[in-house]
Design a protein around this ligand. Structure first.
Ligand code: AMP
Ligand code: MG
Length: 326
């Protein structure tokens, strides 16, 4: 009996001390956004994860001269790295699954609005009309790592690269005890914290993004990715224009949604679909979710109301919401 009591005491001291283990943290600016990485356990993995993010940034940047994506867009043909090949093939599959709501060939439109340029502005409808023939994944021809783009077609991984980076880092961090990666609107958890407590993830209030409008709590590894018009926009003649474009019109999406948060095991899918579901709007996105089994969603509407699919609803707290049923 005495032995058991001593063992229990030792176990509780051990668990308490584990709980106090602070993660090793770093903050960086990459992929055009602030990122915070925290690792519990094998801390050497933190610098490996940071290096991986910089490596992917220099491969996938659409504006940095000499990035493999920049060169491919410029020359219309090129060889991609193993990461580039993997990301492009996943981007095409997810684009087809979302019936083009997510489309990595949207770049001619993104450029026309100036979202990756120094200055932004509303392009004429004539300018946009002239770009339609270049948009669509049928203009991308990939043969293993060699890619050919039809004349005028250009790729943009802006809607998916952070998800790929998070996914890639999560794989690299498998041997850490736990990790939390905040890559702008992309959050990736890995494992369980030493004290066994839940991950607590806030969903930004689209009207005041430094505050949470809702919170999620759960255990284990998960990608939680938010797309919102509030994340990047400009104003012209008193009207706001944001960076998520409907590939079928060339214009910023205008519907009832202020943000979409996708939860999934796969970070690339979560990122592509956060963009895609925002484009689809609440009703179509809910139907899309009903026909799928590999992600859950929290929708924040422009009026501040919250809708959550069944699986996401079970993780939400500190807010009122309507459940979207199967
Ligand atoms: P996200 O924040 O993940 O929703 O990605 C938005 C970024 O993806 C934009 O800044 C554009 O670079 C690009 N983008 C905009 N609209 C789309 C779209 N419909 N499909 C794919 N990428 C897009
Ligand atoms: Mg995205």
């Amino acid at each position: 009996m005495k032995k058991i009591a001593v063992l229990l005491l030792l176990l509780s001291i051990f668990l308490t001390s584990c709980g106090n283990v602070a993660p090793k943290k770093t903050e960086i600016f990459a992929m055009d956004t602030f990122m915070q990485l925290q690792v519990w356990g094998d801390e050497t993995l933190l610098s490996e994860a940071t290096a991986r993010i910089y490596e992917l940034e220099s491969a996938f940047s659409v504006t940095r001269e000499n990035s493999e994506l920049f060169l491919l867009n410029q020359k219309g043909r090129g060889a991609l790295s193993a990461h580039g090949t993997s990301l492009l093939s996943q981007a095409i599959v997810l684009s087809e699954r979302s019936e083009g709501a997510f489309d990595p060939t949207v770049y001619p439109f993104v450029r026309a609005w100036g979202f990756t340029e120094q200055t932004q502005g509303v392009p004429s409808s004539k300018t946009l009309d002239a770009l339609f023939p270049f948009v669509g994944t049928e203009h991308v021809h990939a043969n293993e790592n060699t890619v050919t783009l039809d004349e005028g077609t250009m790729l943009d991984f802006g809607g998916i690269a952070k998800g790929y980076a998070a996914q890639s880092c999560a794989e690299l961090l498998q041997d850490a005890q736990a990790a939390l990666l905040v890559l702008g609107g992309n959050i990736q958890t890995v494992g369980t914290k030493p004290d066994g407590s839940d991950w607590n993830i806030g969903i930004a209030d689209p009207k005041n993004s430094s505050q949470a409008i809702a919170k999620l709590r759960f255990q284990g590894s998960m990608a939680v990715v938010t797309s919102g018009g509030y994340e990047r926009f400009f104003e012209e003649n008193g009207k706001q224009y944001h960076h998520i474009l409907d590939p079928k019109t060339g214009y910023p999406v205008q519907n009832e949604l202020a943000s979409v948060t996708v939860l999934a095991q796969n970070g690339v899918l979560a990122d592509a679909f956060s963009t895609a579901l925002f484009v689809m709007g609440l009703e179509k996105a809910s139907e899309f979710w009903r026909a799928s089994d590999d992600f859950e969603v929290v929708f924040i509407l422009n009026d501040g109301s919250i809708f959550a699919t069944e699986g996401a609803a079970s993780l939400l707290y500190d807010c009122e919401f309507t459940v979207i049923e199967r």
